[in-house]
Design a protein around this ligand. Structure first.
Ligand code: SF4
Length: 365
């Protein structure tokens, strides 16, 4: 054992992690209760390097948020609009294709597509969108829709969830996004997103998709009204589903941005909290290969530091981000490949451009 950690209150957990053994929920709660970030970070780094050595991944991608019209009104969300509200928008197919074409010229390998629960788009809008985007380049990976959008599309298309997922896959869906999980605890959901699908529904959509051989990411939204025990419960449910299906590629901690939301009185998470939560997720989610720092939410400087606290993926070029910028995010909207590579190298890691399923693409420039 590293002498530095011999006197830590977390010594027994350190020994367990060092031996490659799984920690339980009580130990995860102790990590959240501790302020010994150095020991937590060291444990996370052990797991990170065991799984991913010195590699740090990034992807050339573009986000497209096809519309912010939504029939729900989650209290933590600054993105949604009603049709007559200022700032409401929706993209037609031509606009979507134009954005995708421009991004393809920059070398992207993935489109990340999510939107609100649109009040009037027909089933055909979504299927045609996937089909036509895929026609632009058959190698382009379409990572699209949160679990609640899948539920909405099933309702719009009058199909079961398995039928909906099968039809979307046939049209070009490559993988599902992990949004909408927020915090699984029902008492928290009642405050921040009372009308959204339940934890069971979120997990069921991902379970079905995984059983069909599909992959997805998983997320946890922190820094609003949740308590540490809610985070532990959330991580427990993600780890259990991953034990069952193995379909999650990566875990992402999402930072709540209070500005322009109904919860604007809350402060959002601190940098310390974000770093600690990413590190704890790395330690606890021993069955997930990748932990992602979403730089557009936490800023590149902190994301860069997180590469020493369990994180092995900085996400990507993004190009146009609306959801968090409507909530006041001050980060840039895009990051060029050389900047991502430089940030990774400065942190002492080896940059690896990846595809949507973490296979290496090309050689870092
Ligand atoms: S979080 Fe999603 S479902 Fe909730 S209001 Fe915003 S866009 Fe709609």
């Amino acid at each position: 054992m590293n002498k530095l950690f011999e006197r830590s209150e977390l010594r027994d957990i350190y020994e367990k992690v060092e031996a490659g053994r799984r920690i339980d929920e009580a130990e995860c709660r102790r990590l959240f209760a501790s302020n010994d970030l150095a020991t937590i970070g060291a444990m996370a780094n052990l797991v990170r390097e065991r799984k991913n050595a010195n590699r740090a991944y990034y992807i050339l991608n573009r986000h497209i948020n096809y519309s912010n019209l939504c029939i729900l009104d989650c209290d933590f969300c600054a993105f949604y609009r009603r049709r007559r509200d200022a700032g409401a928008y929706e993209y037609n197919l031509i606009e979507m294709l134009t954005k995708a074409r421009e991004a393809l010229q920059l070398g992207i390998t993935e489109l990340h597509i999510v939107g609100g629960l649109h009040p009037s788009f027909k089933w055909e809008y979504y299927v045609e969108m996937l089909r036509e985007l895929k026609k632009l380049d058959s190698r382009l990976h379409l990572k699209a829709f949160t679990a609640i959008e899948i539920k909405h599309l099933a309702w719009v298309g009058k199909r079961s969830i398995p039928e909906t997922l099968a039809a979307l896959r046939e049209a070009g869906l490559g993988s599902l996004t992990g949004g909408g999980a927020e915090i699984f605890d029902p008492s928290v959901r009642k405050i921040i997103c009372h009308a959204k699908e339940s934890a069971e529904e979120w997990l069921e959509v991902h379970r079905i998709w995984h059983q069909m051989g599909g992959h997805s990411t998983c997320t946890m939204l922190i820094g609003h009204v949740e308590k540490p025990e809610h985070r532990v419960d959330h991580l427990r449910q993600l780890r259990a589903l991953q034990d069952e299906t193995g379909g999650f590629t990566a875990f992402v901690t999402l930072a709540f941005h209070p500005e322009n939301t109904k919860l604007a009185h809350l402060p959002g998470p601190s940098g310390y909290d974000l770093l600690k939560t990413l590190a704890i997720a790395r330690i606890y989610l021993d069955n997930l290969d990748h932990i992602k720092a979403y730089w557009v939410l936490m800023g590149m400087k902190l994301a860069q530091v997180s590469l020493s606290y369990g994180v092995d993926d900085l996400d990507g070029t993004i190009i146009e981000e609306k959801i968090y910028h409507m909530a006041g995010a001050q980060t840039p909207q895009q990051m060029a490949q050389p900047e991502l590579v430089r940030a990774i190298r400065e942190a002492g890691r080896e940059p690896v451009q990846r595809d949507s399923l973490y296979q290496p693409v090309g050689v870092a420039k």
